[in-house]
Each structure stands twice: as structure tokens, then as C-alpha cells.
Design a protein around this ligand. Structure first.
Ligand SMILES: *[C@@H]1O[C@H](CO)[C@@H](O)[C@H](O)[C@H]1NC(C)=O
Ligand SMILES: *[C@@H]1O[C@H](CO)[C@@H](O)[C@H](O)[C@H]1NC(C)=O
Ligand SMILES: *[C@@H]1O[C@H](CO)[C@@H](O)[C@H](O)[C@H]1NC(C)=O
Length: 471
């Protein structure tokens, strides 16, 4: 290309960008967006310009909310223009990886965030880009409400350590069409190595949520999909999973589910759902190891549940689970382990600590006879439970403080209770006494109420586990 035409081209392009960016400015002012968006936007603008980043890192502070794909095809000459106008600090090294931008704002992939346009495809596109980059971040900006259908952020071929940054709100579709004949989850993260779903910003009026309220009130869905209701957020087959700072509201089924995951951290989470909702576990764990859940607030629903494990004679392996500093209000269960008869494998090393319950029907539950309405016949094989520790479980209950129903063939071993203080909501009601069946272990301190039914020590019969049973 001749020098002249290049100059001309650059000139025209600069004018175009000037006009374009000032119009965007208005748009943004109207929408009340703030610095977070601009920071995120900058990443998309710099896409494919990695080779320049050393010298021009600070010059990509476009405050536009354009389509990422279009941005990419803009030619480099425009890149320096927005520099002087920038308000926000640089994304710094954080937004880059070997010179390549690692922040992927869904707005740049065509998401509208108006609460009515279906943004599923934009989320898919943002994910597809983020997936290719180690340590990348998908940004869901605040002040927007994204309507997103059932989606799988799937990763067998993704780079490790991706962050899904939720600053805005994601709402679920209410039409039957979007859900088809029923799906087991709304948003699924699968087969990832290092996935974080987070909100890290705390400021007034900032309330990032996964909101399924509309799902709940959609009569169409209630009528047409009576049985299969989706879990809000499901993690499957992943390592190093972190969920923090988010709120999930009104999930029709389970709110947060981990299945076949290793090394999971959940903290500063809030789960809200209506009192009449059915089978809404706040947090549900299945076949996972090394899990730490703390600083979580659960209102309504079924509380925190490990299981149901061993369904249809399957093998379950759950170990090293810690649940601490959790507040539960008006839930059906507090902390529960449930297994089906006929399963195999084990649950080993569980600590429930500092759980504050209020108006919870059954704060402490082990149920090895779990049966989901169907008729379940008695079977001898069971998922073996051992090393289940409860400490500082306090508050009020409305039905029964402790319910331990362990397998006849494989009694629960090493169940320990320390500093349990559970009082009936209203003293005058006669409620059920603590219940234990085939449960062995120790009381480290006196408990309120007294849990005399726990059998101190070990079961007499040695438990025989086949190789198949061991995890
Ligand atoms: C999980 O994280 C730890 C610590 O950051 C790391 O050493 C390990 O390799 C990660 N595991 C996987 C499977 O990515
Ligand atoms: C148990 O899980 C915690 C939290 O995920 C982890 O830090 C710890 O290393 C695990 N312990 C063992 C013995 O694997
Ligand atoms: C199964 O076992 C439980 C506990 O031992 C017992 O109460 C129940 O009657 C049995 N049910 C059947 C169908 O045998």
C-alpha cells in the first residue's frame, strides 16, 4: 500500500473512532456504567494486539461496549486514541498473559444485558475465547441483566484456571422452549482444571446474582416440567473449583451442586429460595473430595447435603469435607448425609463446624435409607460412613434435633459430637427426641439435648469391605 493511502485511511479511521467513541460515551452515561466495565472493555479492544502491549498497555481504555468481533478487525492505528481519555487504571499485568489479553467481557461478544434478549450465544462465544487462554476471565458486568438459557461451560480442552466473574445479574428463561423436555442444570461447568466463579467487589447496591425467580413463577414451566427441574449451578468432573461472593436465588431444584470434583472451595455465598420450594438443596455434594465450604448463608430449602449417594447400586467416594461457619434459616434440613441402600464406597472425614441454625426442621441428619418416593427394597450393601464430626451446631429446630439412621450391615463409625446446643423453637411443643440407629462414636462434651442414643465406641462386628467398596 502506498504511504498516502495509509495516511488517509488512518485519518478517516481516527475521525470514525472519535465520533463513535463519543456516541458510546453518552450511551454509557445513560446506562450508568462504571469503571469495571471500562476495564473489561479494554481487554476486548486489545485483542489480537498483544504484540504491542509492552508499549501501549495503557492505551486501550475504550469505554465502548461494542461487539468484540468487530473491534478485532479495526486496524491498529486507532489504538492510541483512547489513551488520554482513560479514567480507570490499567488492567495491568492481570489482564494479560504473554502479551495476550485475558479479559473477555460478554458485552463484546454481542450480549445485550437488557433482561429480555437471549444472550446465551454471546456467553458461549465469550467462553470459547476465554477457554483458549490460561488464567483468563469471563466478565459479566454489573448494571446489566443477562437472560441466559441452559448452557454448559465445558472444558476438556480448555486451558486451566479460568475465572467467571459475575458482577451483574444472570436470569433464566421462562419459556418452555428454552428448556426443552427438561434439563438437569441451568449453568454447568464441566471438566475444568481450575475454575472460579466469583464476585470480588463489595460496594453498595452491588448484588450479583444468579436469579431463577422468573423460572419459579413461570406457570408454563410449572405445568409442563413438573418433575425435572434444573439445578442452578452445577460443577462436574473438575479440579480446583472456587465459588465465592455470589448469590443464587429461587432455584427450582438444587442451587449449587458438585459432582465428581476434587478440591472445591465455596465461601461468602448466599442462597435464597421460597419456603414452599421442593427439594432445593442449598449446596449438594456428590462423589467429591477435599471440599471446604464456609461463610455461607442459606435461607429456605434443604440446607447442605452430601448425597444421595449410592443410587442404583453405584459406588460413591466422598472424603475430606469441611463445612463451617454457615448460617441457615428456615431450612428443612441443616447438615445432612444421605445414601441409598445398595450402594458401595464410602464417606470419610467430614467436619461440620460452627453451624448456626434457626427454625430448621432437622438440623443434623444421616439417612442411609434414602428413598425418593419410589418403593425401595432393603439391601445389605451400603455406602460406608466413618469419621463424621459435628462441632458447635447451635440454634433452634422445629421437629427433631438429631436423626441418625445408619445401615444395619455397615453401621456408622466414629461419629463425634462436640458442643451441640439445639433447642426447640418453642419450648412448650413436644418435639421428637434425638434418634440414632446403628450409629457409633463419641460425645466429646455434654450436648443439648442429651444425645443418649449414640452408641459409644466401635461397632462389634468388623466391617468387611471388598476391594470394590474401598475408594
Ligand atoms: C490445583 O491447584 C493446585 C494449587 O494451586 C495445583 O498444584 C494443582 O496442580 C491443581 N490441580 C489441577 C488438576 O489443576
Ligand atoms: C482436605 O481438603 C482441604 C480443603 O480443600 C485441603 O486444603 C486439604 O489439603 C485436604 N486434606 C487432605 C489430607 O487431603
Ligand atoms: C427395611 O429395614 C428397616 C430397618 O431395619 C425396617 O424397619 C423395614 O421394615 C425394612 N423394610 C422392608 C420392606 O423389609
Amino acid at each position: 500500500m502506498a504511504g498516502f493511502s495509509v495516511k488517509g485511511f488512518i485519518f478517516i479511521l481516527l475521525i470514525a473512532i472519535l465520533v463513535w467513541s463519543s456516541s458510546i460515551e453518552n450511551c454509557n452515561a445513560r446506562r450508568g456504567s462504571h469503571w469495571r466495565q471500562s476495564r473489561a472493555d479494554s481487554a476486548s479492544l486489545t485483542k489480537k494486539k498483544g504484540r504491542n502491549h509492552g508499549s501501549s498497555n495503557g492505551h486501550h481504555q475504550g469505554r465502548s461496549r461494542g461487539d468484540g468481533a468487530k473491534q478485532k478487525s479495526r486496524s491498529p492505528p486507532g489504538k492510541g486514541y483512547n489513551g488520554p481519555k482513560k479514567k480507570s487504571p490499567m488492567p495491568s499485568k492481570k489482564g494479560y498473559n504473554g502479551g495476550k489479553p485475558t479479559l473477555f467481557n460478554v458485552l463484546h461478544f454481542g450480549a445485550k444485558g437488557d433482561g429480555t434478549t437471549d444472550d446465551t450465544k454471546a456467553f458461549q462465544a465469550a467462553w470459547a475465547s476465554a477457554c483458549k487462554m490460561e488464567g483468563s476471565t469471563v466478565i459479566v458486568p454489573s448494571n446489566f441483566e443477562f437472560l441466559v438459557g441452559p448452557i454448559s461451560f465445558s472444558g476438556p480442552y480448555c486451558q486451566p484456571n479460568i475465572i467467571f466473574q459475575l458482577d451483574g445479574t444472570i436470569i433464566a428463561p421462562t419459556s418452555f422452549k428454552a428448556w426443552g423436555s427438561g434439563l438437569f442444570q441451568w449453568l454447568e461447568f464441566t471438566k475444568l482444571k481450575g475454575i472460579t466463579v466469583q464476585d470480588v467487589n463489595v460496594f453498595p447496591g452491588h448484588n450479583p446474582v444468579f436469579d431463577l425467580s422468573h423460572w419459579q413463577i413461570s406457570s408454563e414451566l410449572r405445568e409442563k416440567m413438573p418433575s425435572i427441574k434444573p439445578t442452578a449451578l452445577r460443577f462436574y468432573g473438575s479440579y480446583n473449583v472456587t465459588v465465592t461472593g455470589i448469590t443464587i436465588i429461587n432455584s427450582p431444584q438444587c442451587h449449587l451442586k458438585f459432582d465428581n470434583c476434587v478440591s472445591v472451595k465455596v465461601f461468602d455465598m448466599t442462597v435464597l429460595s421460597p419456603g414452599d420450594s421442593l427439594n432445593t438443596d442449598g449446596i449438594h455434594l456428590q462423589n467429591s473430595q477435599d471440599v471446604l465450604i464456609y461463610g455461607t448463608n442459606i435461607a429456605c430449602g434443604h440446607g447442605i447435603s452430601i448425597g444421595g449417594l449410592g443410587r442404583d447400586n453405584t459406588k460413591a467416594c466422598v472424603s475430606n469435607i469441611t463445612v463451617r461457619d454457615v448460617v441457615m434459616h428456615n431450612t428443612m434440613n441443616g447438615v445432612r448425609i444421605k445414601t441409598w441402600q445398595g450402594g458401595s464406597g464410602s464417606v470419610q472425614g467430614v467436619l461440620f463446624s460452627n453451624i448456626l441454625v434457626s427454625e430448621v426442621e432437622l438440623p443434623i441428619v444421616i439417612d442411609q435409607f434414602y428413598c425418593d418416593k419410589r418403593l425401595c427394597k432393603n439391601q445389605t450393601s451400603a455406602v460406608a460412613l466413618s469419621g463424621i464430626n459435628y462441632e458447635q451446631i447451635r440454634g433452634t429446630y422445629t421437629v427433631k434435633s438429631v436423626h441418625f439412621a445408619c445401615s444395619d450391615s455397615l453401621p456408622c463409625e466414629d461419629v463425634s459430637l462436640t458442643s451441640i446446643q439445639l433447642k426447640p423453637l418453642q419450648e412448650r411443643y413436644h418435639l421428637y427426641e434425638p434418634f440414632c440407629w446403628q450409629t457409633f462414636g463419641e460425645l466429646s462434651t455434654p450436648t443439648i439435648p442429651p444425645i443418649d442414643c449414640l452408641q459409644i465406641g466401635k461397632p462389634l462386628t468388623n466391617r468387611i469391605q471388598s476391594d470394590y467398596d474401598s475408594c
